[in-house]
Structures are given as C-alpha cells and as structure tokens.
Design a protein around this ligand. Structure first.
Ligand code: NAD
Length: 345
C-alpha cells in the first residue's frame, strides 16, 4: 500500500497543525536540505508551454529518496473559476523504486513556497524588518505573510492587487490572525515604507509590477510570481542595482527575473549562503532580491515532511497503487487465472 494524502486529509492535517507551524517546520527542514545541496541529483524542471499556460514536471533525488511534482501555471484560470496553480506529487524509495507517498500539492506548494521565502528572508532581509508589501493577493499571499511572520515577526502588511476582490479576501483572511492590513491605492503606494516587497502576481506577460525608483536602500524583494519564460515582475534596473539570489541557477536563468539579464550577470545560489560559502545581506543599505521560481528540492523536502508528520495518523490514507503479485514475476497471473487460458487444442 502507498500512503495517500489527498485533499481532505491534507486540509485536515493543516487545520489540525496550523499553516504557520507547518511553514516554520518546512523552513527549518529546508535549511538542512539546502545545506546538503551537492548530495541532490538536480535538473531544470521540464515545461510544456501553451499560449495561456504551462504544465511542469519537477523531479529530484538523493541517495535514498526520489520525488516529483506535477504543477501547472495558468494565469487566466481564475476568470474561468479555476485556480492559477494546482499540483500533486509523489515521494519514493530509491532503493526499491517503490512509491511511499502520493500527495495533493496545491496546498503543499503554497506552504513550501512560503517556507522558502521565509528561509531566504532570514538570510537576506534586514533582521529589523517590520513592514511587508504584498503585491498580488491571490492564493499564495496569505501563506507568504505567515512565512514572513515566522521568519521575522512581521505583522504589518501593505497590500495591493489589481482586483479589489482579492484585496478584500486577503484582508478578511489575515486580520483575524493578528495582522494589520493597509489597503494601498497602487503598487507604488504598497511599496512605500516597506522593508520587504513580495510580488506574487500571475500574468503570462513581461509585467513591471515594481519600478526601480520605488525601491529604497535596505529593502528585500521576494519575487515569487515571475517563474516562467516571458513571465516576470521586476524592472530590470532593480536587478542591476541589487544583489540577486536564486535557487538553482540553470533553472532561474530560464524562468526567473534574470532571464532579461546577460547570462554572465552575477547571481548567488541560496545554498551557498546557507552553508556560509557566500554572504547574504552584508549591510543595512544593501538591496537584496530573492528571484524565486520554485525548485524541486523544496517539493521533496515538503513531501518528506508530510510523510513523517502524518505517518500512522488519521491524516494518512492508503491507496493500492502498485500491482503486487504473490510471485513478483507472475504479473500475468494477476489478470488471467490458469483455468481461463484457452487451450491450444
Ligand atoms: P493567483 O492567480 O491566485 O493570484 C495572483 C493575483 O495577482 C491575482 O489576485 C491577480 O488579480 C493579481 N495580479 C495580476 N496582475 C497584477 C498586477 N499587475 N498588479 C497587481 N496584482 C496583479 O496566483 P497564485 O497562486 O497566488 O500565484 C501567484 C504567482 O506566483 C503565479 O505567477 C505563480 O505561478 C507563482 N508561484 C510561484 C511559486 C514559486 O515557487 N516561486 C510558487 C507558487 C506560485
């Protein structure tokens, strides 16, 4: 039997444990996994593009565990009553090749993306950061706020979305949880006085969500929405002024904000900051950018965390996914009984 964490079980587990707690736990585990980065067999994700979206496969392995996520990105989906991003994934034993866990990953992606943003911010944002701007108030936004509160204690938000209904939703969801929410009148207004700017917009376009002259010394930009060729959010002059940090450079060169910069523009992989081989923030006035696109290691870490956390609990189901004949070489025997095989005479 393979462990199954479907939508009802994932939802119940997150409600039971609390999204903020899980984000913090995944962030801590990510820090450990990023510190052993060279042990992972890494590859850029495999993308199938269409004019209005993308479907991606994100595989990764170490010596013991293999994982993959199937994820889509369709910015026009909300107008059709569908989500921009949905996902599911698998976690497997490298030694037998057998799957251990099949999981819903739409919710898990929001948790792990917030955990990754939190981990990056702990190394790149000013430790005295108090105010966070969130531009793009869709599915990821509340999770991002919870991640930053866990990382830096931030409770003051300046929010902006081109759709006022998305701002209403974020305000309604977060104010009861101890956040102070200022509804900005524009993206520029949202950025005013912010210590951290998170961009989480969805548009399959070379958008300019944040302009260079809105960015003040000392700010940290957590750019999570630009994650596809032809889909970016930042004025490129910001990238030239700032120190840019990435997950896996070969993938970010294709998908991230830096796709607009020359291939030799210097960037720093986050794992080198975590291991102390490179420096993160070096001064209060430095401008830092986390050019996040989402990397397979974050999904593997999240799947490992779910498997460990739910095993043996009411939140773990089972699915009979691997055909297992009594004689491992008699697969045919599972589908045809000897009596039903027509005789040759
Ligand atoms: P969503 O569709 O639920 O929300 C996006 C929001 O952005 C919407 O409310 C929309 O109105 C708003 N928006 C669009 N254009 C805007 C603009 N110009 N200014 C202000 N607001 C604007 O999508 P989501 O699930 O929240 O995802 C947001 C983005 O993050 C997507 O592009 C997605 O691909 C990306 N993403 C990245 C990662 C990662 O690891 N880096 C993970 C998950 C999602």
């Amino acid at each position: 039997m393979v462990m199954l964490v479907d939508v009802p079980r994932m939802t119940a587990w997150i409600r039971h444990t609390g999204a903020e707690r899980i984000i913090a736990d995944i962030a801590a585990r990510l820090e450990t996994d990023y510190a052993r980065w060279p042990q992972f067999d890494k590859v850029e994700r495999i993308a199938a593009h269409s004019p209005i979206g993308v479907i991606e496969l994100m595989p990764i392995a170490d010596a013991d565990r293999y994982g993959f996520k199937y994820v889509n990105g369709h910015p026009a989906n909300p107008a059709r009553g569908l989500q921009t991003v949905t996902a599911f994934g698998a976690y497997a034993d490298v030694h037998t090749g057998y799957p251990i866990l099949i999981a819903e990953m739409t919710l898990l992606t929001a948790l792990r993306t917030a955990a990754t943003s939190a981990m990056a911010a702990r190394h790149l944002a000013r430790a005295d950061s108090e105010v966070m701007a969130i531009i793009g108030n869709g599915s990821q936004s509340e999770f991002q706020a919870l991640g930053m509160r866990g990382a830096l204690g931030i409770t003051s938000l300046r929010i902006w979305d081109t759709d006022p209904a998305a701002m209403d939703k974020l305000q309604r969801n977060l104010e009861p949880h101890g956040f102070t929410v200022y509804r900005a009148t524009s993206a520029r207004d949202a950025c005013r006085g912010a210590d951290i700017i998170t961009t989480a917009t969805a548009d399959k376009a070379l958008a300019q969500i944040v302009a260079n002259d809105w960015v003040e010394p000392g700010m940290h930009l957590n750019a999570i929405g630009g994650d596809c060729p032809g889909k970016t959010e930042l004025d490129t002059d910001i990238l030239r002024r700032a120190d840019v940090f990435v997950e896996y450079e070969p993938q970010t060169r294709i998908e991230g904000e830096i796709q607009h910069l020359p291939a030799d523009h210097p960037v720093t992989e986050l794992w080198t900051v975590i291991t102390g081989q490179a420096t993160g923030r070096t001064s209060p006035a430095q401008i830092t950018v986390f050019d996040s696109v989402g990397f397979a290691l974050e999904d593997l870490t999240a799947l490992a965390h779910v498997a460990d956390a739910v095993q043996g609990t009411e939140f773990a189901g089972e699915i009979d996914l691997v055909a297992s004949p009594a004689d491992p070489r008699d697969l045919f025997g599972m589908v045809v009984s000897p009596a039903s095989v027509p005789s040759s005479r």
